[in-house]
Design a protein around this ligand. Structure first.
Ligand SMILES: Nc1ncnc2c1ncn2[C@@H]1O[C@H](COP(=O)(O)OP(=O)(O)OP(=O)(O)O)[C@@H](O)[C@H]1O
Length: 419
């Protein structure tokens, strides 16, 4: 290694060493971390504790339906209370099992039941495969393993709306009635949802048994978010690292988006990461603004990734026009490039009318800007512009095999012909 390189490495190490001083423990800012206290959720904690306390007296608690917008602390609060319940029930020698199921992942009747059976596999030696058995048989197994001894089983179904939308409410019907078929064990269900309309999907009988008790989580305001961030920041950052305005700014930005604590924590963590990468010794408000932009861009990439193929081709047509210096363009101009692209990959093109709808969708998602302008006596037309850089979109498409074949194509300047 020559001297120049050595010097360079020295500097790099020094910079990295300095950068490490920002975070004392970054894990504290992750979504999965459960803090020791949950500011501004004491009322909900107490309500949940009151509903669950019958367990300690040997009585079955009511089923609970927990709802509130995203990032209002539903999951963390339910986990916090059920963990405490487990601890205290041990003290009183009452067997309590809490089974936490995220229904975004475990989203079928069969898988929910299998998951519950498999929770007890260390104790029972019984394991159900994740596919293949008749559902009735899994349900019979579930009753058998649960009822092997006297115990309380609390089943937490997080994002329960996803399960019901995908697979109906049959599993809820079974689980909320299971106690009539058990001799020793007692089951209660805690359903969590951030979709307030979800109740409309439920059979009234299921709804009435699931929501014997309801606990609502209102959105946080900026002051409450500030308290939550302060508490987490104390453990996450070294003292004096955060500029005074950082936490209030993260709180204010997240409060604007329906009081989402997850968003507030993300802003704080990403701002810290950006400061660290820059080798700064303090996190400033400008890092928070950069974090806001990065999070928005990342979300935008996610949205682009999940667009249907027709919209991706349409978006790529707009990218090509942009790269050719032809934006703003109108619907007709975009349509003509889109149609040529479809031909190139043997895709049946949609009608111009349908493409006009897809343009509106891309506009609503914030990927493009489609403004209707009046052209005087020539009527009205749409002016289409990109809101994301062509470079970013190409980057997302690079890993997408459905659209990849188009990436080598560009427009030939004036005629706008594909080359
Ligand atoms: N009162 C609070 N104190 C400390 N941290 C909190 C509080 N409320 C929420 N959080 C944190 O905010 C993040 C989001 O909370 P949580 O996952 O519980 O939200 P949620 O309401 O379940 O959201 P979703 O409906 O999107 O699942 C987590 O990291 C959690 O630790």
């Amino acid at each position: 290694m020559d001297k120049g390189e050595q010097l360079h490495l020295d500097k790099l190490f020094e910079k990295l060493l300095k950068a490490r001083k920002i975070f004392k423990n970054k894990e504290v800012l992750r979504h999965s971390y459960t803090p020791k206290d949950l500011p501004h959720r004491h009322e909900q904690i107490e309500t949940l504790a009151q509903i669950l306390v019958p367990v300690l007296r040997g009585e079955t608690p009511s089923n609970i339906f927990v709802y509130g917008k995203t990032g209002t602390g539903k999951t963390v609060t339910v986990k916090f209370v059920t963990e405490e319940l487990k601890k205290i029930s041990k003290k009183y020698n009452i067997p309590v099992d809490v089974i936490y199921i995220n229904c975004e992942i475990t989203d079928t009747h069969y898988r929910v039941l299998a998951n519950i059976v498999n929770h007890f596999k260390h104790e029972t030696g019984i394991e159900v495969p994740l596919v293949g058995w008749p559902t009735d048989e899994v349900y019979a197994k579930l009753k058998q393993v649960i009822d092997m001894k006297e115990r309380f089983v609390i089943i937490v179904l997080d994002e329960i709306d996803k399960l019901v939308k995908k697979s109906g409410d049959e599993v809820l019907y079974s689980l909320t009635r299971i106690n009539t078929e058990l001799k020793r064990a007692k089951v209660s269900v805690i359903g969590i949802s951030n979709d307030l309309k979800f109740k409309e999907y439920l059979d009234p009988r299921v709804l009435s048994s699931l929501s014997e008790e309801e606990v609502v989580f209102p959105p946080y305001d900026a002051n409450q978010l500030r308290d939550i961030l302060m508490q987490r920041a104390e453990e996450a950052f070294y003292p004096g690292v955060l500029d005074e305005g950082v936490i209030p700014l993260c709180a204010a930005l997240a409060a604007r988006e329906h009081g989402d604590a997850r968003k507030a924590l993300d802003l704080l963590r990403v701002a810290g990461e950006i400061a660290e990468r820059e080798g700064a010794d303090k996190v400033t408000e400008s890092h928070v603004w950069k974090a806001q932009e990065k999070i928005e861009q990342d979300m935008m990439e996610e949205v682009i990734k999940t667009l249907p193929l027709q919209s991706k081709v349409l978006l790529y047509a707009i990218v090509l026009l942009d790269e050719n210096g032809d934006l703003p363009a109108n619907t007709g101009e975009v349509y003509s490039v889109y149609r040529d692209l479809c031909e190139y990959i043997d895709l049946e093109p949609l009608t111009q009318r349908r493409i006009s709808d897809l343009i509106n969708e891309l506009d609503m998602l914030g990927i493009i800007n489609a403004k209707v302008v009046s052209k005087g006596r020539y009527g009205r037309t749409k002016e289409i512009r990109l809101n994301v850089t062509p470079y970013k979109i190409r980057n997302v498409f690079r890993y997408d095999y459905t659209i990849q074949p188009l990436l080598a194509i560009s427009l030939k300047s004036e005629q706008r012909r594909l080359i």
